[in-house]
Design a protein around this ligand. Structure first.
Ligand SMILES: CC(C)CCC[C@@H](C)[C@H]1CC[C@H]2[C@@H]3CC=C4C[C@@H](O)CC[C@]4(C)[C@H]3CC[C@]12C
Length: 715
């Protein structure tokens, strides 16, 4: 019910009198011939636009437990519009359907109150109008099969609000998920909630109830109502934060935001350090930098002057050194002394030194025999005692090796978001990546992955997705469609025709069209549904038969605004096999091919940003062209060829790495191949560079000696 609501001109035939103390129906008139399938078969009431009756003691007693809010206790001579049998039926139905709300007493009470007032209120005819009744065979009574119930919007909204946050621990969702029909909790409104309750196909209601929510100001609750004396019901609705009685408590914080303790926000961060209007740290850094630059420039200038004077006065290379040079020289001399001693010692005893070095390296490398290499990514990247590791170990032990996950994540950074006006769901924002063009591209990628036949190296068979995929609903003989692939296109069962479908949608008084976007909005809110509420009537479940949860297929959204998701995620779940199982090789082959296909896709779609990952490591997978880069060819060419010298430098580093690995192996520590990946860099950076430095130092030393000799001669 939207827009300004005007009470309809009701047909006076079944409820001609609408006034306080008068009923619209009373007692039971058999079963509704129009309702066959139901959970609990309740009888429908008889049309009876007569004065409310005095309840029996038994009825009063029952009412005080089923409908304590009917406030019968206060009245001297309480009256009701229901019989004992009716209240018993009411009690059963409300207990059955209200069980999910029991966690939150005030919500449960409001829910019961709605039907208590409908059935028993002494002023029933004020807000109830029977619209359809059928004659009861063999009597002159009429059974009610349809009625209207008029509520003040405020009352309905307050009752709804008290139940909105109630959780259903069994599903991890909300209780309203089970009480709002196809809309689920997220799209539920007070009107939709009541409509579902009054729908005779919900399994409990024996008749059809049309709830009309009257906004404030239309038909006031205090004065006489408009429309043939009707006055919308406006009674107290409990808020979820208040306790309904002294024995009961208010709803918990989990079920009711109002009950949550107010947490004083933590004190904000200290105000930033500022000097005037500028950032203090920045100003200090600039000053320090300026000072250091000045110092540097001054020393340079002083050094430059000194060397100029030296040149003009003393042409000989021996010049009075500057302050910085003197410092550097002192350190250099000290180092030279130490290393000269060491060098002279080594050069004087080449054989013993070499023998000791070889023996040391050889001895420690013997530890390689007990070397344990860790190649499993799980071992490499998760701590052995971590909770994740323990849970995985438990899973692997009881259910077999865990599935392999291969993912593609697509975003569209250069596209613009759009706004979509849905006939059913109102205006919604759609992110750039949720566009027909991107969805079609994703479909194409999935089709090519499903069609790919990949040769397995070392065998003469080819492997397809269905040979390796996890197919939960058809594990023995899966077809490509049975594979568990999570992706947003699965809301359309990966079917192009369904994705492109458009239908005419009647909605209230107007008609519009619905397309993939309406279906998507529906599915992200009710992923378990087999049929949407749009005229498209498509299922939300994936082609393989399982549901696609929006938080798995979409990423980068706030709260539950799934249509604003910045990323689409395709997840391929593949079976995992033991290393010795030949099928292990099949999966590796398929995953390598997956990487290639997605790379091609990435190259073809420049406007999309595509990230992807597979469990297979690119360089360990079969048929991969990736190798660990050694970078040897990138090194500058040697000035002078000293092959044995260069090899010696490399041998020193290799020896050191091997000795270190051997030592760790001897100590019982496992190693990983990551060590080997850094060896080339060590060889280049330490080994080869050392040799360059030695050679340069040696040549410089020779030249210096020559020059000095010359100077001495010249002098
Ligand atoms: C599926 C869930 C959410 C629906 C919950 C609404 C239930 C509790 C409501 C909807 C319609 C209601 C019924 C409407 C009419 C009658 C006839 C009356 O003589 C006895 C009570 C009885 C039988 C009501 C019992 C409660 C009822 C079944």
């Amino acid at each position: 019910m939207e827009g300004v609501w005007v009470l309809p001109q009701v047909s006076p035939s079944w409820t001609p009198t609408h006034s306080a103390g008068v009923c619209a129906f009373y007692g039971e008139c058999g079963y509704n011939p129009e309702v066959n399938v139901s959970l609990v078969r309740s009888k429908v009431p008889c049309v009876s636009n007569t004065a409310a009756r005095e309840p029996s003691a038994a009825l009063l007693n029952l009412l005080s437990s089923v409908c304590p809010d009917l406030a019968l206790g206060t009245a001297a001579a309480p009256r009701v519009c229901c019989s004992l049998a009716q209240v018993l039926a009411l009690q059963l139905s409300v207990a059955l359907s209200g069980a999910v709300l029991a966690r939150c007493p005030s919500c449960a009470r409001n829910f019961a109150n709605i039907h208590c007032h409908n059935i028993c209120s002494p002023d029933q005819s004020l807000f109830i109008n029977v619209t359809r009744a059928v004659p009861v065979p063999g009597t002159n009574l009429f059974a009610v099969v349809e009625y209207q119930s008029f509520y003040r919007q405020e009352f309905a909204e307050a009752s709804f609000a008290s139940c909105q946050g109630v959780r259903l621990p069994a599903t991890g969702g909300f209780a309203l998920d089970t009480m709002c029909g196809l809309y689920g909790a997220r799209l539920c409104t007070a009107q939709r909630w009541l409509d579902f309750q009054g729908d005779k196909s919900n399994g409990l209601a024996p008749l059809q109830i049309h709830f009309h929510l009257v906004p404030n100001g239309t038909g006031t609750g205090t004065g006489t109502g408009t429309g043939a004396g009707l006055e919308p019901l406006y009674v107290r609705a409990w808020s979820c934060g208040e306790a309904v009685s002294a024995q009961e408590q208010a709803c918990s914080c989990q079920d009711c935001a109002e009950s949550c303790p107010t947490i004083t926000p933590p004190p904000g961060p200290k105000p930033p350090f500022r000097i005037g209007a500028a950032d203090g740290a920045l100003v200090l850094c600039v000053l320090l930098f300026g000072l250091l630059t000045l110092l540097f420039l001054l020393t340079r200038i002083c050094h430059h002057r000194g060397s100029k004077q030296g040149l003009t006065l003393h042409p000989a290379p021996v010049t009075p050194p500057g302050c910085s040079v003197r410092w550097g020289d002192a350190v250099h001399r000290a180092l030279v002394r130490v290393f000269r001693c060491w060098g002279v010692f080594v050069a004087a005893h080449p054989l013993p030194v070499l023998l000791v070095a070889v023996a040391l390296v050889g001895g420690l490398s013997a530890g390689f025999r007990s070397l344990r290499l860790t190649t499993d990514p799980v071992e490499l990247w998760s701590a052995p005692g971590s909770r994740a590791r323990q849970e995985k170990a438990f899973y692997d032990q009881h259910f077999g090796p865990f599935l392999r996950t291969n993912q593609v994540i697509v975003t569209a950074p250069r596209h613009n978001r759009s706004r979509y006006h849905s006939v059913l769901f109102g205006a919604q924002n759609f992110s750039a990546v949720l566009s027909m063009e991107v969805l079609q591209a994703l479909l194409q990628l999935q089709e090519s992955l499903a069609a790919a036949a990949v040769p397995v190296p070392g065998t003469n068979r080819t492997v397809r997705l269905e040979d390796v995929c996890y197919a939960p609903l058809n594990p023995s003989n899966p077809a490509p469609a049975d594979c568990c692939v999570n992706s947003v296109t699965q809301y359309f069962q990966n079917n192009r025709t369904r994705l492109a479908m458009v239908a005419t949608q009647p909605h209230g008084t107007d008609t519009g069209t619905v397309d993939w976007r309406d279906h998507l909005i529906y599915c992200v809110n009710s992923p378990l549904s087999f049929k949407d509420i749009t005229a498209l009537e498509l299922s939300c479940t994936a082609e393989y038969g399982g549901p696609v949860f929006p938080y798995i297929a979409l990423g980068g959204y706030t709260g539950s605004e799934y249509t604003e998701a910045e990323a689409l995620i395709i997840t391929y779940s593949l079976n995992n096999f033991g290393r010795r199982d030949p099928r292990h090789m099949w999966v590796l082959s398929w995953e390598s091919h997956f990487l290639q296909l997605v790379q091609d896709f990435q190259r073809r779609h420049h406007n999309l940003s595509v990230a992807f990952m597979a469990e297979v490591r690119p360089h360990s997978g079969p048929g991969s062209t990736h190798g660990s880069p050694t970078g040897a060819e990138r090194h500058p060419p040697q000035v002078e060829s000293k092959v044995t010298l260069a090899l010696g430098g490399v041998a020193v580093v290799v020896g050191a790495v091997f000795a270190a690995m051997g030592l760790l192996a001897l100590l019982g520590l496992p190693s990983s191949l990551i060590i080997l990946e850094v060896v080339p860099f060590l060889i280049l950076a330490v080994g080869a560079d050392n040799i360059f430095i030695f050679v340069q130092e040696y040549q410089w030393g020779c030249a210096l000696w020559g020059d000095l000799n010359g100077a001495v001669l010249y002098g």
